[in-house]
Ligand binder design. Structure first.
Ligand code: PLP
Length: 470
């Protein structure tokens, strides 16, 4: 018997919805105090599909796509498939009018099998193999973003019809994130430094090839960027470079792809929200921590981009290029919730309380990789009693396999109960691995009160099928 059954008046104390900064908008408690997403109780999904399981709210993905289309009616919105490339998502985003960016033959195959028009596919990657380039050219991808001189030679040898390409430039903008995601700075593996001899060489070589058509420039500044001014600065620098190409080669580039990296809130703890300064290439010390700043406001971004385009184009007397944006996380992160079952609750005398769950760094390596922080919430009942501070630990054989530290959970949490981790739609399934030979979780879509499997759970048999040696 639950507390709610004993004291029905407690129901009125329950929030009817959870914070939409990190949960899908259609999240609420049902009459029994269970969390519902897309009209389905998460506890029922855990019972039916097992745990760990990724739940994905279809309407949330679609509505994020629509929000981008509304905010940027003239821009091309390209979904960055690396965030979550599965067939259903590729289909939903293209139905909502987005293009798709892929960065491997595997992602390309998934997009094509979802029926995405190859013309609307953009191929990325700093290490595209010749096989991948051949496949992309053969299936007619709309654009390829060139990342090295070698690639230009390879592409030109492979293209049988005129292939449209963009050159990826690093504009020297430091967004001060984790070193692994600062891709706007010049000294890193992606692209060509803006204004460098290498970049000039790339442009020249492409322009000399009759089967390659240089249509524009691309840049990607990093991840979790919530200060739109970084993109304004990128526009100013990139337009300047486009104007230089016109001056030197008499060629007008018409496309400016500003990459993705728009922040979503991954934790509702205000003390973890850090303000991003923006003062060009070396922005100095970060300002104070402040709540409510973690998310990119797309409307504000649209205004900043518009102003920067006006100013940059006026300054260089350059025709306004068509802008493309490549949000990944901002489309799918909040649509995803990961479910785990509690395996044990261990109170260490004089130490922490460890709640071990049946997943961990194999389904969410972002904590170990980037120090990402998450909320963790009990999903199968609404807790009304005292809380405890706990560390939610994964089941893998690594002391660092921790999903969340210092989270508040009910003091009477028991093995068998269901924990939900919101904002796990991006870079979770796509970064998942099989550490400790644990199969990857399924992806289950919810919509209008119904759940369905999009990707099935990886079984021990799946893992064994790769074992072909003795
Ligand atoms: C070239 C490019 N575009 C877009 C993205 C998407 O970034 P996000 O998911 O943070 O929007 C990435 C992420 O690494 C990227 O490398």
């Amino acid at each position: 018997m639950t507390l709610l059954e004993i004291f029905p008046s407690l129901r009125s104390e329950m929030p009817s919805r959870l914070d939409s900064a990190v949960w899908p908008r259609d999240t609420r408690y049902d009459g029994e105090g269970r969390i519902m997403v897309g009209g389905v109780a998460l506890a029922d999904i855990a019972d039916e599909y097992g745990t760990a399981t990724y739940v994905l709210d279809e309407q949330e993905v679609r509505s994020r796509c629509r929000a981008y289309r509304r905010a940027f009616p003239e821009a091309e919105i390209i979904y960055a498939g690396k965030a979550l490339m599965i067939r259903a998502v590729a289909e939903w985003v293209t139905q909502e009018g987005l293009s798709v960016d892929v960065c491997s033959a595997g992602e390309l195959a998934i997009a094509l099998s979802a029926g995405v028009d190859p013309e609307r596919i953009i191929l990325h990657g700093n290490g595209k193999s010749s096989d991948e380039l051949r496949t992309a050219v053969r299936c007619g991808v709309g654009r390829i973003v060139v990342d090295s001189l070698t690639e230009i030679t390879l592409l030109s040898a492979l293209a049988t019809t005129r292939q449209r390409v963009l050159v990826r430039l690093s504009p020297g903008i430091d967004v001060h994130g984790h070193p692994a995601v600062r891709t706007g700075v010049t000294d890193q593996k992606f692209g060509f430094p803006l204004g460098s001899e290498l970049a000039d060489e790339a442009v020249e070589r492409i322009l000399r090839r009759s089967n390659l058509e240089l249509v524009g420039f691309h840049c990607h500044l990093g991840s979790q960027i919530y200060n739109p001014d970084f993109y304004g600065e990128a526009i100013r620098r990139m337009i300047g470079e486009m104007a230089r190409v016109r001056q030197i080669h008499g060629r007008i580039l018409t496309e400016l792809d500003l990459g993705g990296g728009h922040a979503v809130a991954t934790s509702t703890r205000p003390d973890e929200v850090r303000r991003q300064p923006c003062a060009g290439p070396s922005a100095g010390e970060a300002a104070a921590y402040r709540g409510g700043d973690a998310e990119m406001n797309v409307q504000e971004l649209a205004e900043v981009l518009d102003d920067a385009l006006d100013a940059g184009c006026a300054r260089h007397h350059f025709p306004r290029p068509r802008v493309a944006l490549e949000p990944g996380r901002a489309i799918v992160a909040r649509a995803g919730v990961t479910l785990y079952r509690v395996l044990s609750v261990k109170h260490i005398e004089g130490g922490h309380t460890y709640v071990t769950v049946d997943g961990g760094m194999s389904d969410n390596p972002r904590v170990a990789l980037y120090g990402a922080r998450y909320d963790v919430v009990l999903a199968n009942r609404h807790p009304c009693g005292p809380q405890m501070t706990a560390t939610v630990a994964g089941r893998h054989c690594e002391a660092g396999d921790v999903l969340a530290v210092d989270v508040q959970l009910p003091a009477d949490l028991r093995p068998g109960e269901i924990l939900a981790v919101p904002c796990t739609g991006a870079y979770h399934h796509s970064l998942a691995n099989t550490y400790n030979s644990i199969g990857r979780p399924p992806v289950v879509a919810v919509r209008d009160g119904r759940a369905r499997t999009l990707v099935r759970r990886e079984t021990v048999e799946d893992l064994m099928s790769r074992e072909v040696g003795v």
